[in-house]
Ligand binder design. Structure first.
Ligand code: MG
Ligand code: ZN
Length: 220
């Protein structure tokens, strides 16, 4: 007899994700799961997103890392509630971890919850956290071939942020080739070229996010 362990883990995760989804609905919180490689600029993109949207929405952040509190500290320094999850080795977040983390937040005071997943282009794709949208970031220095090598994360993301666009000429990044492969994997996903640390391109990304939040709110 062969027992498929990964299937059992995923089914358990999905059941808890459904509970998270009900909780977020009850409090009217829009949740985005931000996925990327280590060093792609997830935390910088979150900080730029906070700067653009903090007058409109009450924002909170859950930071997923194998170890350390440095990212949560970067976020809290801006006066935004941030909960750090240390996975102690696991290379992705699971819905049970999110459930524990939200217990440290006052969801009544949150409109937008941004989850920064552990840096990894592979398994965060498989784990539903109860979020409304999974969004990924690729940074230009990682190369334009990444959608060919990691098609799953590009196929599942509702939007693709391309960060560090100010370095495009240095890294000889072929934007047309990149866009063509992403469009092939995921025709509906918009691609947002940004430079998070320079604040460039943030408007288009936050307008898309705002439209998604407002659509959830008007749907009740
Ligand atoms: Mg980070
Ligand atoms: Zn993993």
């Amino acid at each position: 007899m062969k027992i498929d362990i990964s299937k059992g883990i995923l089914a358990h995760n999905d059941a808890l994700a459904e509970e998270n989804r009900l909780l977020f609905k009850q409090y009217g919180v829009f949740v985005v799961d931000l996925m990327a490689s280590p060093g792609a600029g997830k935390t910088s993109t979150i900080l730029a997103t906070i700067a653009a949207l903090r007058d409109r929405y009450r924002i909170a952040v859950i930071e997923g890392d194998i170890a350390s509190r440095v990212d949560a500290e970067r976020i809290s320094a801006h006066g935004i509630p941030a909960v750090q999850i240390n996975t102690g080795g696991a290379c992705h977040l699971e819905s049970a971890m999110i459930r524990r983390a939200v217990e440290a937040l006052d969801l009544d005071e949150v409109d937008l919850l941004i989850i920064e997943n552990v840096g990894n282009l592979v398994c965060p794709t498989d784990f539903d956290l109860g979020e409304h949208a999974k969004v990924m970031i690729l940074s230009v220095p990682e190369g334009d071939d990444k959608p060919l090598k990691y098609p799953g994360i590009f196929a599942i993301s509702e939007a693709v942020i391309l960060n560090k666009c100010d370095t495009m000429s240095v890294f000889d990044f072929d934007r047309d080739a990149f866009d063509a492969v992403v469009k092939g994997l995921n025709p509906a996903a918009p691609i947002f070229p940004i430079s998070a640390t320079k604040g460039e391109g943030i408007d288009a990304w936050t307008e898309w996010l705002t439209a998604r939040i407002e659509a959830m709110r008007s749907a009740g």
